[in-house]
Design a protein around this ligand. Sequence first.
Ligand SMILES: [Zn+2]
Length: 165
Amino acid sequence: MAILEIVKYPDPLLYEASEEITEITDEIRDLVNDMVETMYATEGVGVAAVQVGVLKRLFVIDPTFAGGTKEDPAFVFINPVIIDGEGEMKGEEGCLSLPGVFITIKRFAKTTVSARNLDWEEFEMTGEGILSRAFQHEMEHLDGQLIIDGLGGLRKKIALRKLRS
Ligand SMILES: [Zn+2]
């Protein structure tokens, strides 16, 4: 296992759409292990594959944000799709690829994701609060979007002033 370097704004890779995974290979398993280690090292709620430089539709989530403990395995979402979203919440959101930048974003309060796990089984998970926020945030990474994209010119400029290199 290895801690990988996080791809940071304005790297153009972050604006690429990731591709579906067609099968679980040793390469994918190794990638997941490295992403989990990187997530814990950087104290992120979740990490998308594109953030470690791999354009695959995959993200991992820290289980402690879903009622689990650090001893529980991290949640792995392969080829995830948001199948339901309800309610509304507004809060500050950060991103490992935009260190130091926090933006107030409106999100679904409750989100259901359908995905596959490392055994290629389909599953669904519903998240509320921070988990719902993480689902929506990581899905946007897979589609090549960042939290600053919705901001107008001036607000974007001000938000990026906080960016740490
Ligand atoms: Zn992010």
